[in-house]
Design a protein around this ligand. Sequence first.
Ligand SMILES: Cc1cc2nc3c(=O)[nH]c(=O)nc-3n(C[C@H](O)[C@H](O)[C@H](O)COP(=O)(O)O)c2cc1C
Length: 187
Amino acid sequence: MKQSFEKGFFAPLPVLIIGTYDANGTPDAMNAAWGGQIGMTQISVSLSSKHKTTENIKLNKEFTVSFATADQIAACDYVGIVSGNDVENKLEKCGFTVTKSDKVNAPLIDQLPVAVECKVIEIQEEFNETRVVAEVVGLKADESVMTDGKVDYSKAGLVIYDTVTKCYRAVGGSVGAARSIGKQFAD
Ligand SMILES: Cc1cc2nc3c(=O)[nH]c(=O)nc-3n(C[C@H](O)[C@H](O)[C@H](O)COP(=O)(O)O)c2cc1C
């Protein structure tokens, strides 16, 4: 029997590493779990208004989102603990290096193999929260995570965030082909 709780959290949550530049061109990155895809081409992220990332996104209207990986999990966690407002060489401290995207004015994290490049469409401010809706204008993937010219997520080592135990969990293998395995119940 299912138990009922007074409040709940959406699960599983992604582990998104948002890359931005500040006014001086210094790269920053932060960890965000409150984000996801909207429709075919847009994403949304929900950010505290006091983060350096939020300031940078408002300034440039462009950012990247890299997907966190198990082999870089300590660095991915670090960028979610420490603010670029307090530690200027935040990325250097956790071993992240960056390359500027050719599509947006934002850094791609060299150590994370898959990232999307985003342009802001709308910013909604509510209390201390900034909700950003953005168009995905490009995708970057390392050759190390590709098979036959396509991104191969079995090679990427992605993780999700478990809000109950507050840990990162590895994404497992395929359990069925989408829009296909369910056909066994179709007439
Ligand atoms: C697992 C995890 C998930 C997080 N998710 C969010 C989020 O969705 N939105 C947010 O505003 N902050 C989130 N944070 C906190 C920011 O990543 C953190 O405050 C970071 O230091 C902000 O960095 P910045 O000031 O350099 O932008 C999360 C932190 C962790 C560890």
